[in-house]
Design a protein around this ligand. Structure first.
Ligand SMILES: [Fe+2]
Length: 338
């Protein structure tokens, strides 16, 4: 029982996640002080509640973005400095380089995903299941070792019924697989591609020729069943369209390409993992912050009116990927000989 926090789960209409409130005080500075006083509480809560925490009312971060980095440091030994990771600088906060800008505003100009068609699911609710809702991924899975945790702050969200972030729980999804499918994926590896390297399903379907990789851009193998280094639980670890390699993958040792047996398995697993019973949909309010564990959750952005302005800030925490990655150099950092 934490002396600093009230932690209540699960999140609205979901089977996992928790809301964090302070026992005394409110706001981002008070949160930072409470996390300093009890640094294990929120990392422990993240593990105990399936890898997703919501904290609201952190508006002070808008005026002092470095607070987001202070909060991030509690979750691991390394908060990524995007100046050193070949990130396009137009997506990096000019004063706080640990913050990645996710926005449709210039100069980032990342447009929202397409609106699902039809715009509501068969049950009348927001669509969540693949392929009706697309773009499911876990952050930076095209790197080895992949990151642990992301923090995402709503500096300027859009209308509450648009621009949601969806989370699917890979642990619950793995546990619900049939024994046959569990056996099929147990030793399987996915081939994860960096968006922009021309390896997407769309590019493969269009018959495009992928460009040559530089060594540090190569698609990376990842286990389809990932064992969480803190909880020991197994989770499905998988992306789809833009973040798998649809030329040499999507799976190692299976039929390649967008029409092969590998593609059929991505569709089957992703559709299974994103059933409503495994999903949480977050409807953003200004000042909200979500903390998610990339080792056991996948997420996706939803459509919003492209003319509306949205600005979200993300940090990425690295350092505890698990024994499978022990001693590995960072795949995404070029070596001098390249
Ligand atoms: Fe993401």
């Amino acid at each position: 029982m934490s002396t600093q926090f009230d932690i209540k789960g699960p999140l609205n209409d979901a089977a996992f996640g928790a809301t964090v409130t302070l026992k005394s005080g409110k706001g981002a500075r008070a949160l930072a002080a409470a996390m300093k006083a009890d640094p294990a509480a929120l990392p422990d809560a993240l593990s105990a509640h399936g890898g997703l925490l919501l904290v609201q009312g952190l508006h002070e971060i808008n005026d002092d973005p470095s607070l987001l980095v202070t909060l991030s440091r509690v979750f691991g030994p390394e908060v990524e400095d995007y100046r050193h990771t070949l990130t396009n600088l137009s997506s990096v906060h000019t004063k706080v380089p640990e913050i990645l800008l996710v926005s449709n505003m210039a100069p980032v100009s990342k447009m929202p995903p397409p609106r699902p068609n039809p715009p509501v699911a068969a049950d009348g609710k927001l669509p969540v299941q693949y392929p009706h809702q697309g773009g499911w991924h876990t952050d930076q899975s095209y790197r080895r070792p992949p990151p642990d945790i992301s923090l995402f702050y709503a500096a300027t969200p859009v209308a509450k019924d648009q621009g949601q972030t969806l989370f699917a729980n890979g642990t619950l999804a793995y546990e619900a697989l049939s024994p046959a499918l569990k056996a099929k994926v147990e030793k399987l590896e996915g081939l994860h591609a960096q968006p922009g390297t021309g390896r997407s399903r769309r590019a493969a379907l269009a018959g495009e020729m992928p460009r040559a990789f530089k060594p540090h851009e190569r698609s990376q193998r990842q286990p389809v069943v990932r064992v969480h280094p803190v909880t020991g639980k197994r989770s499905l670890y998988l992306c789809e369209g833009g973040q798998m390699d649809w030329f040499d993958g999507p799976f190692v040792g299976m039929e390649k390409g967008p029409h092969g047996d590998g593609a059929k398995l991505v569709d089957e697993l992703m559709s299974h993992m994103t059933q409503r019973r495994f999903v949480y949909a977050h409807h953003w309010e200004q000042g909200d912050m979500l903390i998610w564990d990339n080792r056991c959750l996948v997420h996706a952005a939803t459509w919003y009116e492209p003319g509306d302005q949205r600005m979200m800030w993300r940090t990425t925490v690295h350092g505890n990927p698990g024994a499978a990655y022990a001693g590995e150099a960072k795949s995404w950092i070029p070596v001098a000989a390249e």
